[in-house]
Every structure is written in structure tokens, then in C-alpha cells.
Design a protein around this ligand. Structure first.
Ligand code: GLN
Length: 502
């Protein structure tokens, strides 16, 4: 299961190494041979929960879809192919995007290094895409980011990983995990190619065609309308503009105090401080402490909302409507037997755990205590962000809800500082990439902890990017992720700043 049959073109050594990394689920037979791309062409790896047509299957790393090939191609794949992308293959992930280490896969775990002893986690759930980029096997990779699945693997593998504003990039053909949070994300070794794709650039005639931010997709109901796109962009700058370091001068970066948690690895804390200092001294930016009081509750709210939406999305995989049927189940018994046998066999442990969790929090006796409270926390998370950013949120909801609506354990004293910032600066994850051996047996709740710095931006639908941040460690320099978060639809500036900083 671990390797794909089309790898036979590669040399044995490459084969051996790739099998250990296990980052591709399927590969284009031609791409195993070295190809010299034409200037306008680039190689692309696609996470296997994003639909591609034959010859590539789209498995979501699930047994239930292990023989599935999609009749349609995701809009983003079509867009990138029209810009010159050659698909190298489909990458391994946590089943349906649920996980943080790419270990919950029906095709076995991904590793970011090929050492037999102590392989290291690639992060998840877009771990396969991150490894393909880090290994220089592709120029660009697509991932999905629901609560950090592009940013976390980018941080662990030392590449750039960008999650766009919610509703910017079409999700048509992306197999849903949690609809209110899902985004398509991009991984690359440099920020520049990502910025040029999203925001356009003004040095060529074709800039207009390249800017993905402009494209409304009528096939995706969550894709922002063209008029809303233009209205949002009008309040923003940096679309179709070149960036250089001088533009960082005078920008204000907020350092959220609540992100300085006890669990933060001291080496990452030091690197974070060094990054802030460099921004001030080298680029003339201003660093200000800010408060995002709902940070701690955000993680809990995410792990209520995401499984709730997942339980509803995954209901269709029952062996009748979708999914590989468990043929051993007696088909003439009441439908429930077939459904249960198909789902029991076809889904992995973590997916089943999320379905149970989601079905419970949506049940009538638990709804008020979990799902409704989580939605309220989500609004507070958005409000926290809107208070610290200098730019207004063009989708801002009116703040009409009562303080008595708040969950009891959220204190509402005057924690917000007066400063209004351009971007937030924080680590992507609280630890360095762990050893796979240390995470495979980890309790789920412990691995949920990894997402503490990435889920707030997801809950608020904000753009965020992780760029490599050097970390001094006893055994040499390692890499972690530095995360920048921007106000809604401030993607062009966010990418420009990230490019200038890296
Ligand atoms: N680790 C998070 C989860 O398991 C985020 C996953 C994602 O962004 N797809 O839900």
C-alpha cells in the first residue's frame, strides 16, 4: 500500500527514499523521468482531497474512497493547469484532512526525512504536499487548510504555506471536511510565486489573468461574488504591485500576548522575539503587544464546530450513495446493516472519532452546551481580531449580541490595547516538528493542541501565512514556522510583507 505502482521509472534508491517518505498516493508515470519545464510551466502536486480526473484517483487517504476517480476536476486545478501547471501527482494526507501529522492515512504515515531511525513528522494534514515541495520535487503544491493544515506542515518542513481569506479561492471539487472553515492553500519554497498567482504583479502584460483573487466561481456557493471582491479590494492595497523591503517601514505588527503559552517551546519563543526585533531594526516596522482574549477558547470551539460539520459531510459515504461498499455485509438486511458495516470498515479511527463527536454535539441534549456555545465563541474570536486590526473587516457583523450571551469563563475586562495593527506576528505551532514515533500513539486531544495558533484565523476566515523561521537548537539550527495573520481580504499585502521578510 505504501508506494504507488507508477514509481517504477525511478531509480531504486529514489524509490526506496520516496517509499519511506510516503508523500505521494499516486504519481504521473511521466513525471518520474526528469523533465525540463518550459519557462511558463511549473510542476504541481495536488493534495488527494482535491479532485483531479483520470489517471489520478482522488482518495482523501480513505479506504472508503480508495478506488474512486472523480469525473470532475477542481476549479483551482483547472485554473493552475491553464497557467502552465503539470500535475506530478496526488499527495498523502490525514484522512479527509483530519489530523495534524499526516499519520491518519489509509496509505500509511508521511515522513519528512528518509532516515529509518526516528523519522520526523511532516505535519498535517497536507503533509505529503509539504514534503513534495521541501524535497524540490515540485514547484508548487496545493493543500487544504481548515484549521491549519497548510500552515502546520509548512512550518514543520521549512517551506511557505498560505491560507487565503475564506471565500477567495474556489472550493469546487474540494472534498469538504468542515464547510464553514475549509480553504484551498498553497505551498512553495518561496512566497513570491504564491503572491504572483494570488495577487498578480505589474511587471507583465498578463498580470490581469494571473490574479486568482479576482475569480468568482459560480459552481462554489461560498465563493465571494465579483462585486464583493472588487469592493473588498478597493479598501485594500497591494494587488498587482511589486513589493520590496522599504514598504515594511512604518508598518505595525501586533504580538498577541495570549500566544505566549506555557507549552511554547522556549527555542520558538526566542526565535519569535528575534523575528520581531529584526522587523523593527532591519525594516523599521513597529512591534506592539496586543491582546486576543478568546484565543484559548478558540481551540475548543474549533474542535466542536469542525467535527459537527464533518459528521454531516461524511454522512453520504454509506456504500449506497458514495463510497466503497462493504460487500460482506448482507445487502438484503435492513439498510442500517450495510451502512454500518461499510462505514465501520471504510473510515479510520480518527474520522470515526470526529463523526461520533460531531453527532453528539449536534444532538438535541448537547446542542446548547456545545455547538451553540462554540458559535458564540467564534463570534468573539472575530471580534478580537477586528479590534486589533487597523483595517476594517468588510464583512463585519454588527455587534448586537449581549454580554450575557458569553460563555461564563470568558472575562471581558478591558484587555484590549489601544493600538491598531497591520498584521499579527506569532509562531505557527508551539513546538518543533516532533518524531513520528512520539505522535503515533499520542492521545487525540494532545495532538489537537498543535493547532492552537492556527485555528483562530480559520474561525475568523482571515488570511494567514507560515514562513520559515530559523531556530537555534543544541543540535544545530532547525526550522519552525513564523505566522503572519492579516485582516480579511488583505491577502495581497500579507503576501507582499511575507515575501519581503523572507
Ligand atoms: N488539525 C486540524 C484538524 O484535524 C486541522 C485540519 C485541517 O486544517 N484540515 O481538524
Amino acid at each position: 500500500r505504501g508506494s504507488s505502482p507508477s514509481l517504477h521509472h525511478a531509480t531504486l534508491r529514489q524509490h526506496h527514499q520516496r517509499r519511506l517518505l510516503n508523500h505521494f498516493i499516486s504519481k504521473s508515470p511521466s513525471s518520474a523521468d526528469p523533465i525540463i519545464p518550459k519557462t511558463s510551466q511549473f510542476t504541481l502536486a495536488v493534495k488527494d482531497n482535491i479532485a483531479t480526473t483520470s489517471p489520478f484517483p482522488t482518495t482523501c487517504a480513505s479506504d472508503i474512497l480508495s478506488n474512486y476517480t472523480s469525473p470532475i476536476e477542481a476549479t483551482i486545478v483547472t485554473q493552475l493547469r491553464s497557467l502552465g501547471a503539470n500535475i506530478t501527482g496526488k499527495t498523502n494526507l490525514d484522512e479527509f484532512g483530519m489530523g495534524s501529522h499526516s499519520t491518519h492515512s489509509a496509505f500509511g504515515p508521511v515522513s519528512q526525512d528518509s532516515s529509518l531511525k526516528d523519522p520526523i513528522s511532516a505535519g498535517g494534514s497536507s503533509g505529503g504536499s509539504a514534503v513534495a515541495v521541501a524535497n524540490k520535487e515540485v514547484d508548487l503544491a496545493l493543500g487544504t487548510d481548515t484549521g491549519g493544515s497548510v500552515r502546520l506542515p509548512a512550518a514543520y518542513t521549512g517551506v511557505a504555506g498560505y491560507k487565503p481569506s475564506y471565500g477567495m479561492i474556489s472550493r469546487y471539487g474540494v472534498i469538504p471536511y468542515a464547510n464553514s472553515l475549509d480553504t484551498v492553500g498553497f505551498l512553495s519554497r518561496q512566497v513570491k510565486p504564491i503572491r504572483e498567482l494570488i495577487a498578480g504583479f505589474n511587471s507583465t502584460e498578463s498580470a490581469e489573468e494571473i490574479a486568482l483573487w479576482k475569480y468568482h466561481d459560480s459552481k462554489d456557493p461560498t465563493s465571494l461574488s465579483l462585486s464583493a471582491r472588487l469592493r473588498c479590494a478597493k479598501q485594500r492595497e497591494g494587488y498587482n504591485k511589486e513589493w520590496d523591503q522599504t514598504r515594511l517601514n512604518g508598518l505595525k505588527f501586533g504580538v498577541p500576548l495570549e500566544y505566549n503559552i506555557e507549552e511554547l517551546d522556549p527555542r520558538i519563543r526566542d526565535a519569535w522575539a528575534a523575528a520581531a526585533e529584526r522587523l523593527e531594526q532591519k525594516f523599521g516596522a513597529k512591534i506592539v503587544p496586543v491582546s486576543l482574549p478568546t484565543t484559548k477558547q478558540a481551540l475548543a470551539a474549533y474542535y466542536v464546530i469542525a467535527p459537527a460539520e464533518a459528521s454531516s459531510n461524511l454522512a453520504k459515504y454509506d456504500g449506497v450513495r458514495y463510497g466503497k461498499r462493504n460487500e460482506e455485509a448482507s445487502s438484503d438486511a435492513a439498510g442500517g446493516v450495510l451502512y454500518a458495516a461499510t462505514r465501520g470498515k471504510g473510515f479510520g479511527e480518527e474520522v470515526k472519532r470526529r463523526i461520533l463527536l460531531g453527532s453528539y454535539t449536534l444532538s438535541s441534549e448537547a446542542m446548547d452546551n456545545y455547538f451553540i456555545k462554540a458559535q458564540k465563541v467564534r463570534r468573539l474570536v472575530r471580534r478580537d481580531f477586528n479590534r486589533v486590526f487597523a483595517l476594517e473587516n468588510p464583512l463585519q457583523e454588527s455587534e448586537t449580541f449581549e454580554l450575557s450571551d458569553l460563555p461564563d469563563n470568558i472575562e471581558m475586562e478591558d484587555k484590549w490595547g489601544p493600538e491598531e495593527v497591520d498584521f499579527l506576528l506569532c509562531p505557527t505551532a508551539p513546538t518543533l516538528a516532533p518524531k513520528l514515533a512520539d505522535v503515533v500513539d499520542q492521545k487525540s486531544v494532545d495532538s489537537y493542541m498543535n493547532d492552537v495558533f492556527t485555528v483562530p484565523a480559520s474561525l475568523a476566515g482571515l488570511p494567514a501565512i507560515s514562513i520559515p523561521m530559523p531556530v537555534a537548537s543544541e543540535d544545530g539550527t532547525k526550522t519552525a514556522g513564523l505566522q503572519l495573520i492579516g485582516q480579511y481580504w488583505d491577502d495581497a499585502r500579507l503576501l507582499g510583507v511575507a515575501e519581503a521578510m523572507s
